[in-house]
Design a binder for this molecule. Structure first.
Ligand SMILES: Nc1ncnc2c1ncn2[C@@H]1O[C@H](COP(=O)(O)OP(=O)(O)OP(=O)(O)O)[C@@H](O)[C@H]1O
Length: 606
């Protein structure tokens, strides 16, 4: 086991040992190996005996605090740890948000301790959790959105001081559930009625049939006469202020036009002026010339360049200015069919990715609306836009730069498909499907599909979690054809007629192509042969096993589950959009496979 893992585990246990002294009988020390030297409560994978899978430290006389930052901020632990069991100890303090980085946890047992404070929202991101026990502590505050964890089978939270309403869990999926003796209020969700009444008792504010307490009807609050008078007074005042502002603005504008009229040179301040004036340390000539060459222009009314960059809700770049963006050194990362991507490095060490979108005929208003909708639609596996710039001729989008590159690079880069085992590939497929389903659900009404889904648009975050990038940056043109340099997402669109509804179906096709890349490790197009046709011809000839990536075959990964995932992929790449499954069906199929895989791993372990 890696030295860092050994050190982090020792630090982690020290945090829970009285006076920071680890009981020697645990065997946890810096001179032995957690997997090979029988550390108490440590279980490692039985294939290589190198990765820590379980920490079972229940009933072990531990106290102190849970040092989640030491445990879960180390990738080599976070990416392998499935079980953390600390029940029946005397560990206290609050739970750090870092616990949410232990993304592979399927079981988290903290029951019977002295934990207190609010549960961090990051725990709701533990999407692999099957069992969560926080019972018999002193937790307070509202529960984070645990309802989002679709595979949860057990949720025990009795005997705390938790408040708020009971979240909408997937109750059909839960085998065990208990929230008794807390401070929950409001109606018990209808689907939760199948659990015995004892699971809800001891919450003075809960109501519902099972408790034989009627929930009060929610009445629409009517405004009183006084309130109506008061609000209409406010409205009238606001109207007067708006009219006054409009008049002042019109007068000012006239004055400016008068002063500037004689000199046509002053009429338009081109961005060249701005760049030349302010970008002395701009090192990317490509960026500079590109911007300079563009017809990007700012008229005198909007010469305040900084105000034109719209920073969305990201706290990290809240004071970013357009000048800062132009002034910082920029490196050209890649040119795709739809634009150019720059890596922009700031003095404070921040690194951003700036996408310059090419030839998108969407109106400025439409673009702004789209960006605002995307900003409101956040999912942990979708990279959010941080800021955007938009004029008639120029559209720039700012994202956080992802150092770990893309799924495309992981699969096809050098060394090829390195350390990318079957379980991780299935996990990527499941997470991308869930994220796409979420975005489709939220944005169906606005008609915003991804539009350009491909493996180079799946980025890998710091903890190697996959996330979809560039969602909604393309409106699909059904006439568009031909392949781009990496992928063929456009083919899906070309084969469809009605672009509005089919943009979502095209995403399904593109997702199917990503599944094929994961399964075969092959490029979407190689030596003129399309991956989809190649796979279909091999399957037709009944040589199906030949399609799989050689490294998966040598790993003795489950052939049956690989075949099942191949079936899902083939359904997705059906040339008829109507015949493709819905994204929810895709999610259900992949999650079933993932559950089977998880079960087989548990059976496989000692
Ligand atoms: N936020 C990011 N951080 C790091 N690299 C990124 C980021 N977004 C994209 N990339 C990488 O930059 C490269 C160029 O991206 P870009 O989106 O311009 O091209 P593309 O995806 O190949 O084509 P298209 O124009 O069709 O989107 C790709 O390899 C992509 O994986």
């Amino acid at each position: 086991v890696d030295d860092n893992v050994r050190q982090s585990l020792v630090e982690f246990l020290k945090g829970m040992s009285s006076n920071g002294q680890i009981d020697p009988s645990f065997g946890w020390n810096l001179t032995s190996d957690p997997c090979k030297d029988n550390w108490k409560g440590v279980t490692c994978d039985n294939k290589t005996n190198n990765f820590v899978k379980k920490l079972t430290l229940d009933n072990s006389s531990l106290s102190g605090f849970l040092d989640a930052s030491t445990l879960c901020n180390l990738d080599s632990i976070a990416s392998s740890l499935n079980v953390l069991n600390l029940t029946l100890n005397k560990i206290g303090g609050v739970i750090q948000a870092d616990l949410g980085n232990c993304k592979q946890l399927t079981r988290l047992s903290l029951g019977g301790n002295q934990f207190s404070g609010n549960l961090p929202g990051s725990l709701a991101m533990l999407s692999n959790l099957k069992q969560l026990d926080i019972s018999n502590n002193q937790f307070s505050g509202d529960l984070p959105g645990f309802g989002r964890i679709t595979g949860l089978r057990m949720f025990l939270a009795q005997n705390n001081q938790l408040t708020g309403e009971i979240p909408e869990f997937d109750f059909d999926n839960l085998d065990q559930f208990n929230v008794s003796n807390n401070l929950f209020k409001g109606p018990i969700p209808a689907d939760a009625n199948r659990f015995p009444v004892s699971c809800f008792l001891g919450n003075p504010g809960l109501c519902g049939d099972i408790l034989q307490i009627k929930c009060p009807l929610k009445k629409k609050k009517l405004l009183s006469k006084d309130q109506i008078l008061m609000y209409s007074g406010y409205a009238a005042l606001a109207l007067v202020i708006i009219v006054a502002l409009i008049i002042v603005c019109c007068l000012k504008k006239k004055k400016v036009e008068k002063v500037e009229a004689p000199s046509p040179k002053n009429k338009v301040a081109s961005v060249d002026d701005v760049v030349v004036d302010k970008t002395s340390i701009l090192t990317s000539t490509e960026f500079k010339t590109d911007i300079s060459r563009s017809e990007f222009s700012l008229n005198s009314e909007s010469a305040l360049v900084s105000s034109s960059l719209i920073v969305l809700t990201s706290p990290t770049i809240s004071d970013l200015k357009f000048e800062d963006l132009l002034r910082a050194p920029a490196e050209l990362i890649g040119k795709g069919k739809h634009g150019t991507l720059y890596r922009v490095i700031f003095e404070n060490g921040m690194v951003l990715a700036v996408k310059r979108i090419k030839d998108w005929t969407v109106s400025t208003d439409e673009f702004k609306k789209r960006m605002q909708r995307l900003d409101q639609t956040k999912h942990p596996n979708v990279l959010p836009p941080l800021a955007f710039y938009c004029s008639k001729h120029e559209k720039l989008l700012v994202y956080e730069f992802q150092q770990n590159g893309s799924l495309f690079a992981l699969l096809h880069g050098i060394p090829k498909g390195q350390n990318f085992d079957w379980a991780s590939r299935l996990d990527v497929a499941a997470k991308i499907a869930e994220a796409l389903a979420f975005m489709h659900r939220e944005l169906q009404g606005d008609g915003i599909a991804h539009g350009n889904l491909k493996s180079s648009n799946i980025m890998l975050k710091k903890n190697m979690e996959p996330c979809i990038s560039e969602y909604g940056l393309m409106t699909v043109d059904p006439q568009e054809s031909s392949l781009d340099s990496n992928g063929n997402s456009l083919i899906a669109v070309q084969k469809t007629k009605d672009s509005a509804s089919n943009a979502f179906k095209a995403d399904i096709y593109c997702f199917g192509v990503i599944l094929l890349e994961l399964l075969t490790g092959r490029l979407v197009q190689s030596e003129g042969v399309e991956l989809t046709s190649w796979v279909q011809s091999v399957v037709r000839e009944e040589w199906t096993v030949e399609v799989f990536d050689k490294s998966l075959i040598s790993e003795v990964a489950s052939e049956e589950r690989m075949l099942n995932l191949l079936q899902v992929a083939i359904k997705c790449v059906n040339l008829s959009p109507e015949a493709r499954p819905s994204i929810d069906q895709v999610v259900a199929m992949i999650n079933t496979l993932k559950e089977e895989e998880d079960k087989s791993l548990i059976l496989y372990e000692p």
